[in-house]
Design a protein around this ligand. Structure first.
Ligand code: SAM
Ligand code: TMP
Ligand code: ZN
Length: 404
């Protein structure tokens, strides 16, 4: 097993077995067999990058009917408006600035940039969500970003001041092509800014459900710095973010172009001190994950025996790992409610639990709700206060199985 970034030796540390495509919600009665792959994770002994061992072809995941919408959470809408305003006030404050977003999805971030009249381009391969971005007035190119596309964009639009990507770079195994493309597209003083789930938070919070087909890499400061250097970039800033269960925003600039902020050395030192990318640390994480699985299955089986009614809340991509790894089906969780239109009326991938709209949650309330969108806990619990008032309890499975 070789590292996808540097060809170094990989140490396997977690194995979730056979898993479906996390965003492939199945139409009831569809005779087409589902696609399955082997979900296992390793860490590179040379460059420290944590990564999947099997790669799912990108066209199977990102296509015309990719269902995920960035605008599905009020907290994320606010987050991306903040990102856009900050970029406009800093990196994009010069004359005739130009920003490219990779994985702009439905245009939630770029809409604010477009409204400010600033030159921009979203590169988004999933046609349905790209159309939603275009309908919001965002200029979008339906493509997978890679070196060839970067060269074409540079030829048409000139150099970019910023390339920004949220929850997208970690989805891309061919990251070499992204970084060389960024090198070709950015102006000499430009920056590549990206934010993704942080390996340090995944280990601390035991959030094993961040591991699924679309999340190919699990970044940390050490692995991002090594990856950047291979392409003449330097990691010049890191910022911890509370969204999606804990992320880091990384800023890369051409080597020598900017002085790294003190936060970079601080995070590298913290990772070193806790042995974050040591195989032993990650194997210990995997052992704790297996304990969570056993506890969750025991709790749900006990509730079924008592005749309790249990629904799921949030048909997240993440939930594919939990439901399939734990063997949870409609016998344990009657249905999952979710606000995403393209998921409703379908079945969860692999586990085949019906997905219904959010209105089904209160009709009538269940005794327990398995919070599959735990990364949006605050927003959801604030919206569903009547559930607890009616005597209902939330089931969480990270960092350990507990009731709220
Ligand atoms: N940036 C949005 C956010 O944070 O909410 C969307 C994140 S979504 C999880 C990942 C997005 O990356 C999808 O819309 C997918 O189509 C897109 N994507 C996947 N591979 C890509 C590539 N090579 N270039 C650009 N976008 C890509
Ligand atoms: P995410 O964890 O990948 O952001 O996905 C969140 C999922 O949860 C998405 O399918 C939308 C759904 N959701 C709800 O159903 N209700 C809510 O209040 C929120 C915030 C999300
Ligand atoms: Zn490596």
């Amino acid at each position: 097993m070789e590292c996808r970034v540097c060809s170094g030796k990989l140490h396997r540390f977690a194995d979730f077995g056979r898993q479906p495509l996390s965003d492939h919600f199945v139409l009831p009665g569809d005779p087409a067999p589902e696609f399955f792959f082997h979900l296992a994770v390793g860490v590179c002994e040379d460059c420290s990058m944590a990564q999947l061992l099997e790669e799912v072809p990108r066209e199977r995941m990102f296509h015309e009917s990719y269902p995920y919408l960035s605008s599905g959470s009020a907290v994320m809408r606010e987050h991306f408006e903040g990102v856009a305003k900050r970029l406009l006030a800093t990196e994009l404050a010069g004359p005739d600035p130009f920003v490219v977003e990779l994985g702009c999805n439905d245009g939630t971030m770029l809409k604010t940039v477009a409204d400010a009249g600033v030159r921009h381009l979203g590169v988004e391969p999933s046609g349905g969500v790209a159309d939603l971005a275009a309908a919001r007035g965002v200029r979008v190119r339906k493509d997978f970003f890679e070196a060839g596309v970067a060269a074409a964009v540079r030829a048409e639009d000139g150099p970019a001041d910023v390339i920004y990507a949220a929850n997208t770079l970690c989805h891309i195994p061919y990251v070499d092509s992204i970084l060389s493309g960024a090198g070709a597209l950015l102006r000499p003083g430009g920056v590549l800014v990206f934010e993704d789930p942080y390996l340090g938070d995944i280990v601390t919070r035991r959030s094993f459900d961040q591991i699924y087909d679309e999340h190919f890499y699990f970044f940390c400061a050490a692995s991002v710095r090594a990856m950047a250097r291979r392409h003449g970039f330097e990691l010049v800033d890191v910022e911890r973010l509370p969204v999606h269960g804990g992320e880091v925003r990384y800023t890369l600039a051409r080597r020598g172009a900017r002085t790294p902020a003190p936060a970079v050395a601080a995070l590298l030192a913290e990772e070193e001190a806790r042995g974050l990318t040591e195989p032993a640390t990650l194997r210990d994480f995997a052992a704790r994950v297996a304990a969570n699985r056993d506890d969750l299955v025991a709790l749900l089986t006990g509730l079924r025996e008592q005749g309790a009614r249990v629904y799921g809340y949030g048909a997240t991509a993440k939930s594919a790992t939990v439901l399939n790894y734990c063997g949870i089906g409609p016998d344990l969780v009657a249905f999952v409610c979710d606000t995403t239109p393209a998921k409703q009326g379908r079945l969860t991938p692999g586990s085949h639990i019906p997905v219904r709209g959010p209105e089904a949650f209160a009709d009538p309330y269940p005794d327990y709700a398995l919070l599959l969108a735990w990364n949006h806990a605050e927003e959801i619990m604030a919206k569903e206060t009547a559930f607890r008032e009616a005597g209902g309890r939330w089931i969480l499975y990270v960092p350990e199985v507990h009731l709220v």
